[in-house]
Write a protein that binds this ligand. Sequence first.
Ligand SMILES: Cc1ncc(COP(=O)(O)O)c(C=O)c1O
Length: 416
Amino acid sequence: MSGMTDWVTRMERVMNPGLARVFRFMGLGAVEHTGRGAEVIDDAGRRYIDCASGYGVLNQGYLHPRIVAAARAQLAELAMSSRVLINRQAIELAEYLAQVTPGDLQYSFFVNSGAEAVEAALKLARYATGRTRVVTTVGAFHGKTLGALSVSGRALYQDPFRPLLSDVIHVPYGDLAAAEAVIDHRVAAVVVEPIQGEAGIVVPPQDYLPGLRQACDRVGAALVADEVQTGIGRTGYLFAVEASEIVPDLLCLAKSLGGGVVAIGAVVGRPWVWRMFSEQPLLHTSTFGGNPLATRVALEALKVTVEEKLPSRARELGAWFLSRLRDLAEQYPHVVKEVRGRGLMIGVEFVAPGMAAAVIAELFERGILAVYTLNNERVIRLMPPLVIARSELSTVLAALQEVLAVVAEMAADLEG
Ligand SMILES: Cc1ncc(COP(=O)(O)O)c(C=O)c1O
């Protein structure tokens, strides 16, 4: 038995048998060992350019030296909080977030994942408004805990767990009129991704977020921007809402907030939606949330993102990469349906779902990691670390050129 099969089999025995089968089917069995920048290296020494970024947790790259140094320094002092003495690191991170987030977003509550950030946002919005209804979008992905799952938009993940939260309305994403039609005085929150990630990298019309902002203002509902995936520089802005010049009432963050080194999430809120914590400080809590190790590392990760100008890097490299990808796609209209995105959050939609899987496998053979979007298997996402070099993106383009030719030939054979 080769080492490759061995680890997949061991995973199958003690973790997730179904997932192990998927790894085997896709021919994915290499064991990760280490990484630097946009590159990950397996235990046989093979190098891969990473266009998956661990689903968006590696905006600052693998093991960014400044972020690792901050982790080491904090580990030498204190990792977990006594919860009785004051946790200085959490306060410093909250102060920094209040500075760099738009408008009067001021207060932070720290958690350990994206789903937990969404859970906290739902409770804050319900408490502040005294209402229960939540408006969300079809195809949305907000996490898989029961509350976050309830406001996500894919039956496949929801149906086995019904009844979920009641009083949730799903409207088509990007359709302002459909949202306006249901946003009334019964609505506590409108939850939205500024660009849908797992639905297949869907960029809404320019007036969408401003329109949702106005609709929420009219009825006193909280606008919750889920920036778990779009945040921390990914789309060419530190936060994607900046592109629409709106201020959400609650901003959910996770993934790259941890700088690719720790797990941390946050919900950042305006004063009016923070009533819960003013009146009932223990109504929502998290034992690990905001621990000194995670918050010190997150502060460094944010400073690295700002000081190394990763958002403008994402904007410039992303615009160039997107246009090259579109040129490439034009050569293969029977394979690629559309290329879309903003900054370095890019999706390639294929004509048939099987094609996306073939492209992922062929890219892997050529040392490039890509994944499809969870709620749309026709789309692969190209979301490399924002520190990626232009030469590495050129390597990705060259590989994709070869791969599209191979897949076009496969498709032609199937048709013939
Ligand atoms: C927009 C969005 N929200 C929430 C989540 C859930 O985050 P987590 O997996 O950390 O719970 C994700 C994960 O992909 C996401 O993309």
